[in-house]
Design a protein around this ligand. Structure first.
Ligand SMILES: [Zn+2]
Length: 311
């Protein structure tokens, strides 16, 4: 056996493990089923890993104009688009970070509940890396004053992202807001001084201070502000309850209520808030669920019904 063959064999188990880990979040995401009742058909995945976004396909016959979607305690009104003799919509949903594994009900109804389809999507546990850090306690626990500020800011954000407007502005694939590499993965479990902290709810993308940050998709600016943890931030509303978030900016270039196009500059990379160096924290929230945006950048999202793929 040659030296390189021996080296390959000795590395093979590690390579296989890496491959398994890399594919784990998407395991089982390919299977989808179509559920029909009356004139309404809903195609949804059978199961989905925690933290992953997915698409649901809705078809209604006749003249239905809207559909209501209920998922994980939230409800969204969706405008249907006429296509041939039917009305159609694609809905982007997610099994968010921290979602309890098990069967969860997805309910879809057309125009005022005339037809209703319910099915279940099984959420499987996500596989996330872990990071242990030891910091001086003063840096870990905010002061009473800061805690009050954090609470106010959390309420402000919760209010801004609670909206699910029927008008769909989102489109796939999403634009990667900066070209930099991922420096901190989605879902990373952080343990500070032995205490578990909230998991990383977005992606950290490498960038230099002042680098332009581009809108991931067409949207409306829902909220801008300078927050304790997230620093200078912008929240974009893409309709149907889909929001993208851009944190630690050095400058914000948009104002609340403003309409932005996909690829429009919305701010500059920085290190404001609780951040150790210039980078962009990019987050995606769908009906209140924090999901990993990675698969949406390349149009690699698991499509319900297998009707579309790639490109
Ligand atoms: Zn981050």
């Amino acid at each position: 056996m040659t030296r390189s063959a021996r080296l390959f064999l000795s590395l093979a188990p590690a390579l296989l493990l890496l491959l398994l880990l890399a594919s784990a979040p998407y395991a089982g995401a390919v299977l989808a089923a179509t559920h029909t009742k009356g004139g309404l058909s809903v195609t949804a995945p059978d199961d989905m890993a925690e933290g992953q976004p997915f698409l649901v396909d809705i078809r209604a016959d006749g003249a239905a104009k809207t559909a209501a979607v209920e998922w994980l305690g939230k409800r969204a009104e969706i405008s249907l688009v006429r296509e041939g003799g039917a009305s159609r919509a694609q809905v982007l949903l997610g099994a968010g970070l921290g979602q309890v594994p098990g069967e969860h009900m997805l309910a879809v109804s057309s125009d005022g509940g005339r037809d209703q389809v319910t099915c279940t999507v099984r959420v499987t546990p996500g596989v996330f890396p872990e990071q242990r850090l030891n910091l001086p306690p003063k840096m870990v626990t905010p002061s009473k004053e800061d805690q009050a500020r954090i609470k106010r800011e959390q309420e402000l954000v919760a209010q801004a992202v609670a909206v699910a407007s029927p008008l769909r502005l989102w489109n796939l694939p999403l634009l990667r807001p900066v070209p930099g590499e991922v420096t901190s993965a989605f879902g990373l479990r952080r343990i500070l001084n032995g205490q578990p902290r909230s998991s990383h709810s977005g992606l950290d993308l490498d960038g230099f201070k002042g680098e332009p940050v581009l809108a991931a998709g067409q949207g409306r600016v829902a909220l801008v502000g300078d927050f304790y943890y997230n620093g200078k931030s912008a929240f974009l509303d893409h309709g149907n309850g889909v929001f993208s978030m851009y944190f630690h900016l050095s400058a914000i270039g948009v104002t609340e209520g403003q309409r932005v196009e996909r690829g429009q500059e919305i701010g500059r990379v920085g290190s404001t808030g609780r951040s150790t160096g210039p980078h962009l924290h990019f987050g995606l929230k769908i009906l209140g669920q924090n999901v990993d945006p990675t698969s949406l950048f390349e149009a690699g999202v698991p499509l319900a019904g297998g009707s579309k793929g790639g490109s």
